[in-house]
Write a protein of this length. Structure first.
Length: 262
């Protein structure tokens, strides 16, 4: 079956990598905490929700690790054909856009895995980490540049949004030659472990204002919230340089800045 270019379909064909993604989702092998220390392996949920199963290459690996897989596939033809590839397996296929999928129907602990389209990476991640019944773990194959941006020390709106709701660990890099058809860039596995928000929505209102012009000085971007001389004093109390750019601040520093400004 041909891929649908409009849906960003690039199918991973390397079985070893597919099995590794499934193992990371199942926590079947030791993985890395955010501080890069190995932790003991433990079995997580018995249910996996897969995003965009396509031809079922990752589905096959997930079915070896989980008691059940719910595969959410937007392409109607692929959704119709997928069960035929796994007769007798505990596979449920849902033909819907992942952004419209009702995760409230998932009533037991679960993890999410998938090779997701580059063009909707951010909306998918935002949806998953803000769910009321968030998954125990999210293992996604995304564009390498996006994975690096999320995990980077220098922050962006995307990285702060993700880190506010989840611990972030980078997994293996997957070269573009491993896909059919090959995309233009390499991919990378990113592992997210959701947690309670670090800061609230009011702090993010300040963060959004701070990133209104990411390359400009933060002091310039939030001018008007307080007189400039008062903002300079607040920056000093927070230990923030007046020359700082928005990307220089991490979540605790944004919280401290908000507490002085509010």
């Amino acid at each position: 079956m041909k891929n649908n270019k409009s849906l960003g379909q690039h199918w991973l064909k390397n079985r070893a990598i597919l099995d590794e993604i499934a193992a990371l989702a199942a926590d079947d092998s030791a993985w890395l905490e955010p501080d890069n220390t190995e932790v003991e392996s433990q079995k997580l949920a018995k249910l996996a929700v897969e995003i965009g199963p396509g031809l079922g290459t990752l589905t096959s690996s997930l079915l070896k690790k989980f008691d059940k897989v719910i595969a959410v596939e937007y392409d109607a033809k692929l959704a119709q054909n997928l069960p035929k590839s796994f007769p007798g397996k505990n596979l449920e296929v849902v033909n819907v856009d992942i952004l419209q999928h009702d995760f409230a129907t998932v009533v037991e602990p679960y993890v999410v895995a998938g090779n997701i389209p580059y063009y909707i990476t951010s909306p998918i991640i935002e949806k998953l980490i803000t769910l009321d019944n968030a998954p125990e773990r999210i293992v996604l194959l995304v564009q390498k540049e996006v994975a690096e941006r999320i995990a980077a020390e220098r922050e962006t709106m995307l990285s702060l949004m993700v880190k506010n709701r989840a611990n972030v660990v980078l997994g293996p890099v997957v070269g573009k030659q491993e896909f059919t058809p090959p995309p233009k860039v390499d991919s990378q596995v990113i592992i997210l472990v959701p947690h309670a928000p670090v800061v609230n929505s009011d702090v993010f209102t300040l963060i959004r204002r701070g990133f209104s012009a990411p390359r400009k000085k933060l002091l310039h971007n939030i001018a008007g919230l307080k007189p400039k001389d008062e903002l300079v004093q607040i920056f000093a109390k927070c230990g923030i340089s007046v020359d700082a750019r928005p990307g220089d601040l991490h979540l605790p520093e944004w919280q401290k800045l908000y507490d002085f400004i509010k």
